[in-house]
Design a protein around this ligand. Structure first.
Ligand code: MLC
Ligand code: AMP
Length: 502
């Protein structure tokens, strides 16, 4: 049995999950996921690493589905709940998923697609208790594929990051050790569950150690504080934009309420921030309002977490800390030689946490590792007084907005299919709240010059891609700034936007 299920079985009647106003024990989680695993197996002995895509809302149903897929021998492919059909279709086709599981509310989105492609389609609310639970579920070896998460990179289409059960176990256990997770912890998941931050750091760690995880359907500052006020939560993890939004909400409250909430938050054991650079101003403000020094850490879909400020010891503002247990980190130059002490370089990483491959992309996989097996992150950092500081990324085409990694190339590709747009260049510009704001410089086709409307464009865009990938500002240019080779100079595009804001 995989270690996560062994651990969970030992917890028995302890509360594992709180969602939709209900509490579920570890026993309920195990039984219900075994039942669903039996359904998914549908008379087979082992799904043999078949990809199972699932579009399930956060909470008990999400975890039971994930665990069911694993127990049946499948590879879990969590779908983003806000993707329009074309983006979902890309993931389904790329993974070759032939089983889909959905919460009732998403059935309508994927029902026709599943029928047309003759996929097995399970709607959670329509599954009765008819299937007997199989006692002899397949034995899953840890070197099997477990999860495929999609990440945007320097190519225009997202790549599937494949992690094995062994990778996941390593990603979780290093955090359990470094952050001293324990069974009396109670965390809250406010993050989307198609990325590692939510899946590994929050849900993975809490379920592994036998803690309790409360789920919110989606982010709401008001609801988060209402739950905090009950006094049960003691571990909280989020992206910088969320801390920014929580601060903004706290500032709307009167002094008495602020003091009351600070008292509640001071009793927390741990508050972590990551997925994007935590501005020093946000860390300081949060410190004042919550009584907590945020622990900033650095991670990536391909790695889980790699570098973290210490649980005990100094948490330095503006720094991501030191490598986590069992994770090797080096800074290298463009020839992949280690840089001299104190010099900046690209972060490369080795360890049992590092992913196995990009799904069906052997060339991309090979190119992302050095000859001696280190994963190249594309992030530039420097070590100062023993702590890593992230300086930026090697590619201007990767944007981090609200903690989501977004490929400028992917957005450009979609914008160019719009009938009004002749050409475009997408960049990220610095923004206090979102980290970076996605903006697009566009060149219009002649006929569109007088009728162009950004609202019409945005409405069209969100039918093609998730809303969080939508450009927040547009500038119409006669032509894009290009260098002598004819290549668009993205830094010039950024300058144009920054000047237009001043
Ligand atoms: C949304 N809005 C944005 C935006 N996203 N504006 C600018 N930039 C963006 N990126 C606008 C919307 O248009 C809308 O405006 C308003 O903000 C609210 O939109 P929303 O979609 O409802 O946002 P909200 O629910 O408030 O979500 C914000 C958020 C979310 C921060 C909670 O972005 C989020 O969950 N981010 C976490 C992503 C994550 O988990 N990343 C980890 C990746 S793993 P209007 O006007 O339309 O109302 C990884 C590895 C690691 O990175 O190290 O962890
Ligand atoms: P993703 O591919 O969505 O997993 O995003 C991973 C990327 O997020 C990393 O390569 C970094 O660029 C960025 N990132 C994660 N944590 C931090 C952090 N604490 N500071 C700065 N950047 C971060």
């Amino acid at each position: 049995m995989l270690q996560i299920f062994e651990q969970a079985t030992k917890q028995g009647g302890k509360i594992a999950i709180q969602s939709n106003g209900q509490s579920y024990t570890y026993t309920a989680l195990i039984n219900s996921s075994k039942h669903l695993a039996s359904v998914l197996l549908n008379q087979q002995k082992d799904l043999q690493q078949a990809r199972v895509a699932f579009m399930v809302h956060p909470g008990f149903d999400y975890v039971r589905t994930l665990w069911a897929i694993w127990q049946a021998g499948g590879v879990a492919v969590p779908l983003c709940l806000t993707y329009p059909l074309p983006s979902l279709q890309y993931v389904l086709e790329d993974t070759g998923a032939d089983i889909i599981v959905v919460s009732d509310e998403y059935a309508v989105i994927l029902n026709d697609y599943a029928k047309e492609h003759q996929l097995s389609f399970y709607v959670l609310g329509q599954l009765g208790n008819a299937t007997t639970i199989l006692n002899d579920l397949p034995t899953i070896k840890v070197d099997r594929n477990a999860l495929i998460l999609y990440t945007s990179g320097t190519t225009n289409l997202p790549k599937g990051v494949v992690t094995t059960h062994a990778n996941i176990e390593a990603q979780i256990s290093t955090l359990i050790k470094a952050w001293e997770w324990n069974a009396s912890d109670h965390t809250i998941c406010v993050l989307p569950l198609h990325h590692v931050h939510g899946i590994i750091n929050v849900v993975g760690c809490s379920m592994w150690i036998g803690a309790t995880c409360t789920f919110l359907e989606s982010f709401s500052a008001e609801e988060i504080f209402q739950i905090f006020e009950k006094g049960d939560i003691n571990v909280f993890m989020a992206v910088p934009t969320i801390y920014f939004k929580l601060i903004a909400y706290l500032e709307t409250l009167d002094d008495r309420k602020q003091v009351q909430l600070k008292k509640v938050m001071q009793a927390f054991r741990l508050m972590v921030c990551g997925s994007a650079a935590l501005p020093v101003s946000v860390m300081e403000k949060w410190g004042k309002m919550s009584g907590h020094t945020l622990l900033e850490r650095y991670g990536m879909t391909e790695l889980g977490m790699a570098i973290s400020n210490p649980y005990h010891g100094v948490r330095k503002a503006g720094y991501v800390g030191i490598p986590l247990p069992s994770v090797e980190v080096k800074l290298v130059d463009e020839q992949y030689h280690e840089v001299e002490k104190g010099m900046p370089g690209e972060i490369i990483v080795k360890g049992p946490n590092v992913f196995k491959e990009y799904w069906q992309k052997p060339t991309a996989t090979q190119e992302s590792f050095t000859m001696d097996g280190w994963f190249k992150t594309g992030d530039i950092a420097v070590v100062e007084e023993g702590y890593y500081r992230i300086m930026g990324r090697s590619s201007v085409d990767i944007i981090k907005s609200g903690g989501y990694k977004i490929s400028a190339l992917e957005i450009e590709e979609v914008l160019r299919t719009n009938e009004s747009i002749d050409d475009c260049a997408v960049v990220g510009i610095a923004d206090d709240e979102w980290g970076e704001l996605i903006v697009a410089a566009i060149v219009l086709k002649d006929f569109a010059q007088s009728t162009f409307d950004t609202k019409v464009l945005n409405d069209w865009f969100v039918q093609q891609m998730a809303g969080y990938k939508k450009p927040r500002k547009y500038i119409v240019l006669k032509e894009l700034p290009r260098n002598a080779m004819g290549k668009v100079v993205k830094n010039e595009v950024k300058k144009i936007f920054n000047q237009s804001i001043l």
